[in-house]
Write a protein that binds this ligand. Sequence first.
Ligand code: MRU
Length: 349
Amino acid sequence: MRTIWWQDQAVHLIDQTRLPHEQVIVHCHDYQAVARAIATMQIRGAPAIGAAAAYGVALGAWHAPADSASALLTQLQPVYETLRATRPTAVNLFWAIERMRRCAEQVAATTTDADQVRRQLLAEAERVAEEDIATNKRMGQYGATLIADGMNVLTHCNTGALAVVDYGTALGVIRTAWEQGKRLHVWVDETRPFLQGARLTAWELMQLGIPMTLITDNMAGHFMARGQVDAVFVGADRIAANGDVANKIGTYSLAVLAQAHGIPFYSVAPVSTLDLTLASGDQIPIEERDPREVTHIRDMPIAPAGVRAANPAFDVTPNRYITAIVTDRGIVYPPFVDGLRRIVEGAHG
Ligand code: MRU
């Protein structure tokens, strides 16, 4: 399963708002359509958003009328801005746009030919996507060492193949352990209000044949207290320099619960999710989404008409609740400030 790909001068992606009941492909013929797909969460999950932004820039360049490399650089500015304005929390979005912007400038410094810049931008987007798959598999190998045969693990949101280009981050770790022959059982948080756990993670795990049980988010403490959770694996949307982790709303409460029960709590994320420009998690912008996602399930109202509702899409888990961060460069343990810096310096030579 691949969430996003380029074909016939367009970007195609699986519409995750329709899963699990319908499998629909969205065809994006301009960068604005890619931006809409990100904002409406037809494609979601930090690394998948990054790949979508990269393909969005390539598509913007492909259809821009510029007939010189320097004119193309100018015409790419609104493309970057539109894509940047889609979702604020996952840093992979900004990382991918910046990588594409650098690529465009480097190629334009060597040629006046706009088509050469277009071709190189498409190649760069394809590299972002391919690297993502390889990165996930590496994290799977590192993270699976934390899972012993017979474990019950709990996960939140969707961090599987759908959240990336293919394979998964936290779910990729669980999947690798399963492929290694370890027997496992996964508690899947439904993940209110957008239900990524119920709709997407449950669907993926069932397809993979990995034993799982769907629970509502408020059941996690109950199963932890009964000794039925051995470890928690979640993803991340942005990790600050001190190891504070922004991830799907509800992650923080899970981490506090896990610590209260002496259960290890792991965040799994590629280096592109690290944002060492931020000293701590309180500087991470938290997306506030339409309250209708809380007051309605699909189109059905579940609260009184006109009720006030809040809808922060992410929360920040302070580093003291996190046992370790699994990256594609290895597992980082506290103190995170040193460990994360070493990982990033390694990643960039
Ligand atoms: O709002 P979403 O569905 O994009 O949020 C996704 C998450 O919070 C994931 O846990 C995170 O992106 C890591 S997934 C590889």
